[in-house]
Design a protein around this ligand. Structure first.
Ligand code: SF4
Length: 369
């Protein structure tokens, strides 16, 4: 270990001890993400949680201007967030995860156990529901700082640990990054689990290796059954390439999830049926049924609100997957009342005539509406 890395490890230990002394054993407004073990990397700033969990967004911990984590700034920033949260105006106030908690005497993690990367933009798809207009900025495909250097530095300083730290790839499209293949391999070699969200347009050999090693969860959102709907929803012409990537990733036997974000453009029963058939043909074993956030949030995004038709589509997708032994789960931001309705609608037997039954059921529900 070089001097800088030794100093980083020592600083982390000292700062963690001082936070444990200040907050440990007390009853505080707190959240499990505020333990120093989770960090979201965004351009120029390290944040606490990966995505916006409440309307103020994720609290900022400290600046991120070199490809490493400065323990002193990082844990001081964390301490400030915890302190401010005890007042009525802290950065987490309003988030449902902030709860009165009896703190353990030692709560600060001794290393980073989960790091999510959100510091790059550029995408090879233009999904209609994507709110990341910044992904099409001229500074495309570039991470704010070199991820290979970042992980090498953190590994040397033991601030991330082989086998114990996991890494999430956020968005834009990670396979477009110059260092992506090398970094995925570096993490795999160090047996650090990765969650990779990709469009599937560009096949990655490094992803295939990580899947084979059972060290990755890969998620590809297709949101359509036919090529025609794919090109309307994703606004690119690469549907067949995506299904070919899915076939190759699925053939590794690794943890591949194909996602369907249900909304007004893709909720026809025939579209759903085609998606499930295609998934079966290429060997998909897991499907995530999600919903377009814009059709659920109360803000007016100029998008049709979710209707009974989308709930029927979700229940149809679930039942058709079941008949083909494909595991499915409801992901994304379905509201409790949506889930209740989907469960109610799903309650019809899985027989060979499932699609016609579902179509009949769809029509009767649509009449009610
Ligand atoms: S309370 Fe909410 S905003 Fe704060 S760290 Fe936890 S999840 Fe993030």
């Amino acid at each position: 270990m070089n001097t800088d890395c030794r100093a980083a490890a020592r600083e982390w230990k000292e700062r963690a001890a001082s936070l444990n002394k200040e907050f440990g054993g007390k009853s505080l407004k707190h959240c499990g993400d505020l333990d120093g073990g989770k960090v979201a990397v965004t351009p120029g700033v390290l944040k606490v949680c990966g995505s916006a969990t409440h309307e103020n967004g994720s609290p900022s911990i400290c600046e991120y201007l070199t490809p490493t984590v400065n323990p002193e700034e990082f844990l001081s920033g964390l301490g400030s967030i915890i302190r401010e949260n005890q007042t009525g105006t802290g950065p987490c106030v309003g988030c449902r995860y902030l709860k009165q908690t009896q703190m353990p005497r030692k709560f600060v993690s001794s290393f980073i156990s989960y790091m999510s990367l959100h510091d790059f933009c550029g995408c090879n798809s233009q999904c209609v529901y994507c709110t990341g207009s910044e992904y099409h900025l001229p500074k495309k495909y570039v991470a704010s700082l070199d991820h290979e250097m970042l992980f090498n530095n953190l590994l040397t300083a033991k601030l991330v640990r082989p086998q114990l730290t996991s890494v999430g790839w956020g968005g834009g499209e990670p396979t477009l990054l110059n260092t992506f293949e090398k970094v995925v391999d570096l993490l795999r070699i160090n047996r650090m689990r990765q969650t990779i969200n990709t469009s599937g347009i560009r096949f990655s050999n490094a992803i295939e290796r990580a899947l084979k090693a059972r060290l990755a969860t890969v998620q590809i959102s297709v949101d359509s059954g036919t090529n025609d709907t794919y090109s309307k929803v994703k606004r690119n012409q690469h549907c067949d390439n995506v299904w070919e990537s899915i076939r190759r990733y699925a053939s590794t036997g690794g943890d591949l999830i194909v996602k369907y974000i249900v909304f007004s453009m893709n909720s026809d029963a025939e579209e759903i049926d085609c998606f499930v058939r295609r998934s079966e043909n290429v060997g998909v074993r897991k499907i995530s049924i999600s919903v377009d956030a814009r059709s659920v949030y109360t803000q007016n995004y100029g998008v049709e609100r979710i209707t009974l038709k989308e709930l029927v589509a979700a229940s149809l997708l679930r039942n058709l997957a079941r008949t083909r032994d494909i595991e499915s789960h409801l992901g994304g931001i379905w509201l409790p009342e949506h889930i209740e309705k989907i469960n109610e609608i799903s309650n019809f037997p899985g027989t060979p005539s499932l699609l016609s039954r579902a179509l009949w059921k769809l029509k009767s529900y649509m009449k009610q509406e």
